[in-house]
Design a binder for this molecule. Sequence first.
Ligand SMILES: Cc1cc2nc3c(=O)[nH]c(=O)nc-3n(C[C@H](O)[C@H](O)[C@H](O)COP(=O)(O)OP(=O)(O)OC[C@H]3O[C@@H](n4cnc5c(N)ncnc54)[C@H](O)[C@@H]3O)c2cc1C
Length: 395
Amino acid sequence: MTARVTRTQVGIIGAGPAGLLLGQLLARSGVDAVVLENRSREYVEARQRAGVLEHDVASLLRELGLADRMDTEGIEHGGIYLQFDGERHHIDFHDLAGRSVWVWAQTEVVKDLVAARLAAGLALEFEVSGTAVHDLTADEPRMTYRSADGEQRELVCDVIAGCDGFHGPSRAAVPAGLLTVSERVYPFAWLGVLADVAPSTDELIYAHHPDGFALHSVRTPEVSRLYVQVRPEEDIADWSDERIWAALQTRLGLPGWTLHEGPIREKGITPMRSFVAAPMRHGRLFLAGDAAHIVPPTGAKGLNLAAADVVVLAQALVAWLVDGDERLADSYSDTCLRRVWRATHFSWWMTSMLHTPPGQDPFDARLQLAQLRHVTSSRPAATDLALRYTGQPLP
Ligand SMILES: Cc1cc2nc3c(=O)[nH]c(=O)nc-3n(C[C@H](O)[C@H](O)[C@H](O)COP(=O)(O)OP(=O)(O)OC[C@H]3O[C@@H](n4cnc5c(N)ncnc54)[C@H](O)[C@@H]3O)c2cc1C
Protein backbone atom coordinates (compact mmCIF):
# COMPACT_ATOMS: atom_id res chain seq x y z
CA MET A 1 0.00 0.00 0.00
CA THR A 2 1.37 3.51 -0.82
CA ALA A 3 1.76 5.69 2.24
CA ARG A 4 0.53 9.28 2.35
CA VAL A 5 3.65 11.37 3.01
CA THR A 6 3.59 14.54 5.14
CA ARG A 7 6.31 16.64 6.75
CA THR A 8 6.94 18.20 10.14
CA GLN A 9 9.93 19.57 12.01
CA VAL A 10 9.61 17.36 15.10
CA GLY A 11 7.85 14.01 15.07
CA ILE A 12 6.86 13.15 18.64
CA ILE A 13 5.95 9.58 19.59
CA GLY A 14 3.77 9.41 22.69
CA ALA A 15 1.07 11.65 24.18
CA GLY A 16 2.17 11.16 27.76
CA PRO A 17 3.45 14.10 29.84
CA ALA A 18 6.81 14.19 28.01
CA GLY A 19 5.44 14.24 24.46
CA LEU A 20 2.57 16.64 25.14
CA LEU A 21 4.69 19.07 27.14
CA LEU A 22 7.40 19.03 24.48
CA GLY A 23 4.73 19.84 21.90
CA GLN A 24 3.59 22.87 23.93
CA LEU A 25 7.12 24.15 24.47
CA LEU A 26 7.96 23.85 20.76
CA ALA A 27 4.70 25.50 19.65
CA ARG A 28 5.50 28.48 21.87
CA SER A 29 8.68 29.02 19.81
CA GLY A 30 7.00 28.41 16.48
CA VAL A 31 8.45 24.93 15.90
CA ASP A 32 6.04 22.59 14.12
CA ALA A 33 5.42 19.13 15.61
CA VAL A 34 3.11 16.15 15.19
CA VAL A 35 2.28 13.99 18.21
CA LEU A 36 1.39 10.33 17.60
CA GLU A 37 -0.24 8.19 20.31
CA ASN A 38 -1.25 4.55 20.03
CA ARG A 39 -3.89 4.68 22.79
CA SER A 40 -7.23 6.49 22.72
CA ARG A 41 -7.72 9.95 24.20
CA GLU A 42 -10.01 8.46 26.88
CA TYR A 43 -7.33 5.93 27.84
CA VAL A 44 -4.45 8.40 28.25
CA GLU A 45 -6.69 10.80 30.17
CA ALA A 46 -7.74 8.10 32.65
CA ARG A 47 -4.42 6.28 33.23
CA GLN A 48 -3.62 6.51 36.96
CA ARG A 49 0.04 7.27 37.57
CA ALA A 50 2.02 10.00 39.31
CA GLY A 51 0.50 12.67 41.52
CA VAL A 52 3.17 15.05 42.83
CA LEU A 53 4.60 17.97 40.85
CA GLU A 54 7.90 19.53 41.86
CA HIS A 55 7.97 23.25 42.65
CA ASP A 56 9.43 24.30 39.27
CA VAL A 57 7.28 21.90 37.23
CA ALA A 58 4.17 23.49 38.75
CA SER A 59 5.62 26.92 37.88
CA LEU A 60 6.31 25.76 34.31
CA LEU A 61 2.66 24.74 33.86
CA ARG A 62 1.65 28.18 35.13
CA GLU A 63 4.05 29.86 32.70
CA LEU A 64 2.50 27.86 29.84
CA GLY A 65 -1.04 28.87 30.88
CA LEU A 66 -1.80 25.26 31.84
CA ALA A 67 -2.31 25.65 35.57
CA ASP A 68 -5.74 27.23 36.02
CA ARG A 69 -7.28 23.96 37.19
CA MET A 70 -4.17 23.00 39.17
CA ASP A 71 -4.30 26.31 41.04
CA THR A 72 -7.99 25.93 41.90
CA GLU A 73 -8.41 22.15 42.26
CA GLY A 74 -4.86 20.98 43.07
CA ILE A 75 -3.38 21.11 46.56
CA GLU A 76 -0.10 22.78 47.50
CA HIS A 77 1.86 20.71 50.02
CA GLY A 78 4.51 22.37 52.14
CA GLY A 79 6.02 19.13 53.42
CA ILE A 80 5.73 15.40 54.02
CA TYR A 81 5.54 13.16 57.08
CA LEU A 82 8.10 10.43 57.74
CA GLN A 83 6.82 7.74 60.10
CA PHE A 84 8.88 5.03 61.81
CA ASP A 85 9.15 3.28 65.16
CA GLY A 86 5.68 4.51 66.21
CA GLU A 87 6.53 8.20 65.62
CA ARG A 88 5.46 10.61 62.89
CA HIS A 89 7.78 13.51 61.99
CA HIS A 90 7.06 16.46 59.72
CA ILE A 91 9.59 17.62 57.12
CA ASP A 92 8.67 21.25 56.49
CA PHE A 93 9.63 22.14 52.91
CA HIS A 94 8.62 25.81 53.25
CA ASP A 95 10.78 26.31 56.29
CA LEU A 96 13.75 24.20 55.15
CA ALA A 97 13.87 24.93 51.44
CA GLY A 98 11.46 27.81 50.81
CA ARG A 99 9.74 25.57 48.27
CA SER A 100 6.64 23.36 47.97
CA VAL A 101 5.16 20.65 45.76
CA TRP A 102 1.72 20.40 44.13
CA VAL A 103 -0.56 17.42 44.50
CA TRP A 104 -2.07 17.35 41.03
CA ALA A 105 -2.54 14.03 39.27
CA GLN A 106 -0.73 13.17 36.06
CA THR A 107 -4.12 12.36 34.51
CA GLU A 108 -5.18 15.98 35.07
CA VAL A 109 -1.92 17.34 33.64
CA VAL A 110 -2.45 15.16 30.56
CA LYS A 111 -6.10 16.29 30.19
CA ASP A 112 -5.05 19.95 30.20
CA LEU A 113 -2.18 19.36 27.76
CA VAL A 114 -4.42 17.45 25.33
CA ALA A 115 -7.13 20.12 25.53
CA ALA A 116 -4.60 22.93 24.96
CA ARG A 117 -3.05 21.18 21.96
CA LEU A 118 -6.38 20.44 20.31
CA ALA A 119 -7.74 23.94 21.06
CA ALA A 120 -4.70 25.46 19.34
CA GLY A 121 -5.28 23.25 16.29
CA LEU A 122 -1.93 21.48 16.74
CA ALA A 123 -1.46 17.99 15.30
CA LEU A 124 -2.21 15.14 17.70
CA GLU A 125 -3.32 11.74 16.46
CA PHE A 126 -4.70 9.07 18.80
CA GLU A 127 -5.10 5.35 18.16
CA VAL A 128 -2.31 5.06 15.60
CA SER A 129 -0.71 1.64 15.15
CA GLY A 130 2.52 0.13 13.89
CA THR A 131 4.60 3.23 14.73
CA ALA A 132 8.17 2.73 13.47
CA VAL A 133 11.17 5.05 13.07
CA HIS A 134 13.65 5.00 10.15
CA ASP A 135 16.83 6.71 8.88
CA LEU A 136 17.72 7.99 12.34
CA THR A 137 21.20 9.12 11.34
CA ALA A 138 20.12 10.74 8.06
CA ASP A 139 19.15 14.43 7.66
CA GLU A 140 15.50 13.52 7.31
CA PRO A 141 14.47 10.72 9.68
CA ARG A 142 11.01 9.24 9.07
CA MET A 143 8.17 7.76 11.05
CA THR A 144 5.71 5.33 9.53
CA TYR A 145 2.37 4.39 11.09
CA ARG A 146 -1.22 3.55 10.39
CA SER A 147 -3.78 6.21 11.34
CA ALA A 148 -6.90 5.47 13.39
CA ASP A 149 -8.93 5.22 10.16
CA GLY A 150 -6.51 2.65 8.73
CA GLU A 151 -4.52 4.87 6.32
CA GLN A 152 -0.80 4.06 5.97
CA ARG A 153 1.23 7.25 6.56
CA GLU A 154 4.81 8.44 6.49
CA LEU A 155 5.99 11.50 8.39
CA VAL A 156 9.27 13.04 7.26
CA CYS A 157 10.94 14.99 10.08
CA ASP A 158 14.00 17.05 10.98
CA VAL A 159 14.11 15.33 14.35
CA ILE A 160 12.19 12.56 16.15
CA ALA A 161 11.44 12.76 19.88
CA GLY A 162 10.93 9.34 21.46
CA CYS A 163 8.53 10.17 24.30
CA ASP A 164 6.87 6.77 24.15
CA GLY A 165 7.46 5.50 27.67
CA PHE A 166 9.35 2.44 28.85
CA HIS A 167 7.77 -0.03 26.39
CA GLY A 168 7.66 2.18 23.27
CA PRO A 169 9.54 1.54 20.00
CA SER A 170 12.05 4.46 20.14
CA ARG A 171 14.67 3.09 22.51
CA ALA A 172 14.41 -0.32 20.83
CA ALA A 173 15.24 1.33 17.47
CA VAL A 174 18.74 2.32 18.62
CA PRO A 175 21.16 -0.26 17.15
CA ALA A 176 22.40 -2.89 19.58
CA GLY A 177 25.56 -1.95 21.43
CA LEU A 178 25.08 1.83 21.23
CA LEU A 179 23.10 2.18 24.47
CA THR A 180 24.44 1.47 27.94
CA VAL A 181 21.73 0.31 30.31
CA SER A 182 22.09 0.63 34.09
CA GLU A 183 19.39 -1.18 36.02
CA ARG A 184 18.31 -2.17 39.53
CA VAL A 185 15.22 -4.31 40.09
CA TYR A 186 13.92 -4.08 43.67
CA PRO A 187 12.60 -7.12 45.53
CA PHE A 188 9.22 -5.48 46.15
CA ALA A 189 6.33 -3.73 44.41
CA TRP A 190 3.62 -1.22 45.37
CA LEU A 191 0.00 -2.22 45.59
CA GLY A 192 -1.81 1.06 44.97
CA VAL A 193 -5.46 1.92 45.50
CA LEU A 194 -7.65 4.87 44.67
CA ALA A 195 -10.30 5.19 47.37
CA ASP A 196 -13.40 7.39 47.54
CA VAL A 197 -12.68 8.72 50.99
CA ALA A 198 -11.39 12.09 52.19
CA PRO A 199 -7.65 11.88 52.96
CA SER A 200 -6.92 11.25 56.64
CA THR A 201 -3.87 13.50 56.40
CA ASP A 202 -3.06 17.02 55.22
CA GLU A 203 0.25 15.94 53.63
CA LEU A 204 1.73 12.66 52.37
CA ILE A 205 2.76 10.09 55.01
CA TYR A 206 5.72 7.85 54.15
CA ALA A 207 5.69 5.02 56.70
CA HIS A 208 8.48 2.58 57.49
CA HIS A 209 7.07 -0.56 59.12
CA PRO A 210 8.42 -4.07 59.83
CA ASP A 211 5.56 -5.49 57.68
CA GLY A 212 6.61 -3.26 54.80
CA PHE A 213 6.37 0.32 53.59
CA ALA A 214 3.06 2.20 53.27
CA LEU A 215 2.24 5.58 51.76
CA HIS A 216 -0.81 7.71 52.34
CA SER A 217 -1.04 10.03 49.35
CA VAL A 218 -3.77 12.41 48.33
CA ARG A 219 -5.60 13.01 45.04
CA THR A 220 -8.37 15.49 45.87
CA PRO A 221 -10.21 16.56 49.05
CA GLU A 222 -12.55 13.59 48.39
CA VAL A 223 -10.15 10.96 46.99
CA SER A 224 -7.21 9.23 48.68
CA ARG A 225 -4.34 7.38 46.99
CA LEU A 226 -2.78 4.71 49.22
CA TYR A 227 -0.01 2.19 48.72
CA VAL A 228 1.39 -0.84 50.54
CA GLN A 229 4.64 -2.63 49.78
CA VAL A 230 4.04 -6.16 48.49
CA ARG A 231 6.12 -8.88 46.82
CA PRO A 232 6.60 -8.30 43.05
CA GLU A 233 4.98 -11.65 42.26
CA GLU A 234 1.92 -10.87 44.40
CA ASP A 235 -1.46 -11.56 42.76
CA ILE A 236 -3.88 -8.65 43.12
CA ALA A 237 -6.72 -11.22 43.33
CA ASP A 238 -5.34 -12.23 46.75
CA TRP A 239 -5.83 -8.69 48.06
CA SER A 240 -9.45 -8.09 49.03
CA ASP A 241 -10.38 -4.55 50.01
CA GLU A 242 -10.57 -5.71 53.65
CA ARG A 243 -7.03 -7.10 53.50
CA ILE A 244 -5.70 -3.87 51.93
CA TRP A 245 -7.34 -1.68 54.58
CA ALA A 246 -6.08 -3.97 57.35
CA ALA A 247 -2.49 -3.68 56.04
CA LEU A 248 -2.83 0.10 55.75
CA GLN A 249 -4.25 0.35 59.28
CA THR A 250 -1.33 -1.65 60.69
CA ARG A 251 1.42 0.14 58.80
CA LEU A 252 0.10 3.70 59.02
CA GLY A 253 -1.63 3.42 62.42
CA LEU A 254 -0.66 5.63 65.35
CA PRO A 255 -2.44 6.13 68.70
CA GLY A 256 -4.80 9.11 68.48
CA TRP A 257 -4.88 9.16 64.66
CA THR A 258 -7.59 7.57 62.51
CA LEU A 259 -7.19 6.26 58.98
CA HIS A 260 -10.62 6.67 57.37
CA GLU A 261 -11.69 3.85 55.07
CA GLY A 262 -13.91 4.08 52.00
CA PRO A 263 -14.86 2.29 48.77
CA ILE A 264 -11.84 1.28 46.68
CA ARG A 265 -12.39 2.42 43.10
CA GLU A 266 -9.24 1.05 41.47
CA LYS A 267 -6.30 -1.14 42.52
CA GLY A 268 -3.13 -2.41 40.86
CA ILE A 269 0.41 -3.62 41.49
CA THR A 270 3.44 -1.77 40.10
CA PRO A 271 6.89 -3.41 40.17
CA MET A 272 9.76 -1.14 41.16
CA ARG A 273 12.94 -0.62 39.23
CA SER A 274 15.63 1.93 38.46
CA PHE A 275 16.66 2.01 34.80
CA VAL A 276 18.83 4.46 32.87
CA ALA A 277 19.70 4.14 29.16
CA ALA A 278 22.53 6.31 27.87
CA PRO A 279 23.10 8.26 25.71
CA MET A 280 19.64 9.78 25.30
CA ARG A 281 20.33 10.65 21.65
CA HIS A 282 21.06 8.57 18.57
CA GLY A 283 21.51 10.61 15.40
CA ARG A 284 18.30 12.62 15.06
CA LEU A 285 16.36 10.54 17.60
CA PHE A 286 16.12 12.06 21.09
CA LEU A 287 14.78 9.95 23.96
CA ALA A 288 12.88 11.71 26.77
CA GLY A 289 11.07 10.65 29.94
CA ASP A 290 10.34 7.00 30.68
CA ALA A 291 11.63 6.03 27.22
CA ALA A 292 15.13 6.65 28.62
CA HIS A 293 14.80 6.18 32.37
CA ILE A 294 12.58 4.77 35.12
CA VAL A 295 12.75 5.49 38.84
CA PRO A 296 10.89 3.80 41.68
CA PRO A 297 7.99 6.08 42.68
CA THR A 298 9.18 6.62 46.29
CA GLY A 299 10.85 9.93 45.40
CA ALA A 300 7.91 11.12 43.21
CA LYS A 301 10.37 11.86 40.41
CA GLY A 302 9.15 10.00 37.27
CA LEU A 303 6.80 12.63 35.88
CA ASN A 304 9.07 15.45 37.01
CA LEU A 305 12.11 13.99 35.24
CA ALA A 306 10.06 13.64 32.05
CA ALA A 307 9.19 17.35 32.30
CA ALA A 308 12.81 18.33 32.93
CA ASP A 309 14.02 16.33 29.91
CA VAL A 310 11.66 18.06 27.52
CA VAL A 311 12.49 21.51 28.85
CA VAL A 312 16.13 20.81 27.93
CA LEU A 313 15.09 19.20 24.65
CA ALA A 314 12.82 22.06 23.61
CA GLN A 315 15.61 24.60 24.21
CA ALA A 316 18.00 22.43 22.19
CA LEU A 317 15.60 21.91 19.28
CA VAL A 318 14.60 25.56 19.06
CA ALA A 319 18.30 26.56 19.00
CA TRP A 320 18.96 23.99 16.30
CA LEU A 321 15.87 24.21 14.08
CA VAL A 322 15.28 27.97 14.38
CA ASP A 323 18.79 29.39 14.88
CA GLY A 324 20.88 26.63 13.30
CA ASP A 325 22.92 26.12 16.46
CA GLU A 326 23.34 22.40 17.29
CA ARG A 327 25.43 22.80 20.45
CA LEU A 328 22.55 22.31 22.93
CA ALA A 329 21.38 19.28 20.97
CA ASP A 330 24.88 17.86 21.24
CA SER A 331 24.92 18.33 25.01
CA TYR A 332 21.26 17.23 25.50
CA SER A 333 22.05 13.74 26.75
CA ASP A 334 24.80 14.78 29.17
CA THR A 335 22.71 17.66 30.53
CA CYS A 336 19.71 15.41 31.18
CA LEU A 337 21.68 12.48 32.55
CA ARG A 338 23.24 14.61 35.31
CA ARG A 339 19.75 15.38 36.65
CA VAL A 340 18.52 11.84 35.93
CA TRP A 341 21.30 10.28 38.02
CA ARG A 342 20.72 12.69 40.91
CA ALA A 343 17.03 11.79 40.86
CA THR A 344 17.89 8.11 40.48
CA HIS A 345 20.05 8.36 43.58
CA PHE A 346 17.35 10.20 45.54
CA SER A 347 14.67 7.67 44.51
CA TRP A 348 16.97 4.74 45.41
CA TRP A 349 17.83 6.38 48.74
CA MET A 350 14.19 7.00 49.72
CA THR A 351 13.30 3.47 48.60
CA SER A 352 16.15 1.84 50.52
CA MET A 353 15.46 3.85 53.67
CA LEU A 354 11.73 3.11 53.79
CA HIS A 355 11.14 -0.43 52.48
CA THR A 356 11.52 -3.72 54.32
CA PRO A 357 13.17 -6.26 52.00
CA PRO A 358 12.07 -9.89 52.37
CA GLY A 359 14.02 -11.57 55.17
CA GLN A 360 15.60 -8.30 56.24
CA ASP A 361 18.74 -8.56 58.37
CA PRO A 362 18.07 -6.94 61.80
CA PHE A 363 21.31 -4.98 61.39
CA ASP A 364 19.96 -3.38 58.17
CA ALA A 365 16.70 -2.58 59.93
CA ARG A 366 18.62 -0.71 62.67
CA LEU A 367 20.55 1.20 59.98
CA GLN A 368 17.27 2.27 58.34
CA LEU A 369 15.93 3.54 61.65
CA ALA A 370 19.19 5.37 62.36
CA GLN A 371 18.97 7.03 58.94
CA LEU A 372 15.33 8.02 59.47
CA ARG A 373 16.11 9.44 62.91
CA HIS A 374 19.01 11.41 61.44
CA VAL A 375 16.89 12.86 58.62
CA THR A 376 14.15 13.89 61.04
CA SER A 377 16.41 15.33 63.74
CA SER A 378 19.23 17.01 61.82
CA ARG A 379 18.26 20.27 60.11
CA PRO A 380 20.95 19.94 57.38
CA ALA A 381 19.80 16.37 56.62
CA ALA A 382 16.12 17.41 56.54
CA THR A 383 17.00 20.39 54.34
CA ASP A 384 18.76 18.10 51.89
CA LEU A 385 15.65 15.89 51.67
CA ALA A 386 13.40 18.95 51.27
CA LEU A 387 15.54 20.38 48.46
CA ARG A 388 15.71 17.09 46.62
CA TYR A 389 12.01 16.25 47.03
CA THR A 390 10.84 19.67 45.86
CA GLY A 391 13.27 19.36 42.94
CA GLN A 392 16.34 20.87 41.38
CA PRO A 393 15.65 24.12 39.54
CA LEU A 394 14.61 23.55 35.93
CA PRO A 395 17.10 24.73 33.33
C1 LIG B 1 1.67 2.16 36.82
C2 LIG B 1 2.56 3.37 37.05
C3 LIG B 1 2.45 4.12 38.21
C4 LIG B 1 3.29 5.23 38.43
N1 LIG B 1 3.19 5.94 39.59
C5 LIG B 1 4.00 7.00 39.80
C6 LIG B 1 3.95 7.76 40.98
O1 LIG B 1 3.16 7.47 41.88
N2 LIG B 1 4.80 8.81 41.12
C7 LIG B 1 5.70 9.16 40.11
O2 LIG B 1 6.44 10.15 40.23
N3 LIG B 1 5.76 8.47 39.00
C8 LIG B 1 4.94 7.40 38.81
N4 LIG B 1 5.02 6.72 37.67
C9 LIG B 1 5.95 7.20 36.67
C10 LIG B 1 5.37 8.33 35.84
O3 LIG B 1 4.00 8.16 35.66
C11 LIG B 1 6.13 8.34 34.53
O4 LIG B 1 7.47 8.68 34.84
C12 LIG B 1 5.57 9.32 33.49
O5 LIG B 1 4.36 8.80 32.97
C13 LIG B 1 6.57 9.53 32.37
O6 LIG B 1 5.98 10.24 31.31
P1 LIG B 1 6.36 9.90 29.81
O7 LIG B 1 5.58 10.87 28.99
O8 LIG B 1 7.82 9.82 29.67
O9 LIG B 1 5.85 8.40 29.57
P2 LIG B 1 4.37 7.83 29.51
O10 LIG B 1 3.49 8.54 30.46
O11 LIG B 1 4.50 6.35 29.64
O12 LIG B 1 3.87 8.20 28.06
C14 LIG B 1 4.31 7.50 26.91
C15 LIG B 1 3.19 7.52 25.89
O13 LIG B 1 3.64 6.88 24.70
C16 LIG B 1 2.60 6.08 24.21
N5 LIG B 1 3.16 5.07 23.33
C17 LIG B 1 3.80 3.92 23.67
N6 LIG B 1 4.12 3.23 22.59
C18 LIG B 1 3.68 3.93 21.52
C19 LIG B 1 3.70 3.71 20.13
N7 LIG B 1 4.22 2.60 19.59
N8 LIG B 1 3.17 4.64 19.31
C20 LIG B 1 2.60 5.76 19.82
N9 LIG B 1 2.55 6.02 21.15
C21 LIG B 1 3.08 5.11 21.99
C22 LIG B 1 1.95 5.53 25.47
O14 LIG B 1 0.65 5.05 25.27
C23 LIG B 1 1.98 6.76 26.36
O15 LIG B 1 0.83 7.55 26.22
C24 LIG B 1 4.21 5.60 37.46
C25 LIG B 1 4.32 4.85 36.27
C26 LIG B 1 3.52 3.74 36.07
C27 LIG B 1 3.69 2.92 34.79
